[in-house]
Design a protein around this ligand. Sequence first.
Ligand code: SF4
Length: 362
Amino acid sequence: MSPPNWKAFRENLRAWYRPERRPMPWKQASDPYRIWLSEIILQQTRVEQGLPYFERFVHAYPNVEALAAAPDDEVMKQWEGLGYYSRARNLLRAARLVAGSMDGHFPDTYAGLLQLPGVGPYTAAAIASFAFGRQVAVLDGNVYRVLARYAGDATPTDESRSRKYFQQLADRAMADTPAAIFNQAIMDFGALVCTPKRADCAHCPLAADCRALKEGRVYQLPVKGKKAPRRARFFHYLVVSDARDRYLLHRREESDVWRELYQFPLLETETADLSAEQLYRRVEWPTWLRPEELAAGRRSRVFQQQLSHQTISAVFHEFTQAPAAGAPPLPYAWVARTAFDAYAFPRLITRFLEDNRPTLGF
Ligand code: SF4
């Protein structure tokens, strides 16, 4: 079989491309700070969801120095709801590195950008090409899909060898087309025309040479390897309030999920179906919380959140603590209900708070 017609690919793609087809506030900008910020926010996030966050961040922190100087908790609060909180922590670390030892200047090469926390091959290629005009092709989900379909290539996209292989395809497809244009064009094309479930093959400018179309394999490509099953986890949050309308909270330090976000005291067990009385008897129960000083209240429905490798089911158990509650051990603290807006919570807890706004007054 002859190799894919990459010349026709880039020429037709370039003829199709119009920046205004998919307008983004950072498009055609060359400010590395905005490009970096948008790319970090949009990782694993839909554009419609990420856009308001980008705008909020740029407004609150117009440059890398402003972001670097922001308190951690404030940035986590701005990030609240976006998920994948390690991205927010890396965002801050990278901002402080750039504002500090790099005098406010982002590295201007692909290799240099890869040194920044949270910047992987895709983000480094995007910043290097969009901000600094470097000739590097990006690889994201859209690019994998367009390349795999056009070339009729069934190489799995999620194996360790795939990145290198698809990078070679992308480089061949791009050749000497300016990377900033090619990258934007192929990503827009994947988002607007060669979409995962409804590719517009009938009006596609690449159709004449598209192997997947010719072979009737459009929706079989790209090929993905088998995913590991998601791990099921069961969280029981203890929503303990006192007579002064304060609640016990602490900042999560575990590195598995939601590190540095705030939560109620938590027991993790092997089932969602446990009553307050059963929880008291569990070895996971915090010994400093005395059941005899608590009055058990309502138990919530089960809230679920899907993360990339796990499904978390959470139940919220309400308790009231006897009026003479003393100071809890660190890192726990009593926090007034009216101050909750200043704390960043995982989405799961925010949903519980929203559900209970009328009764608990959150
Ligand atoms: S013909 Fe269809 S599958 Fe092929 S590149 Fe165009 S939209 Fe994608």
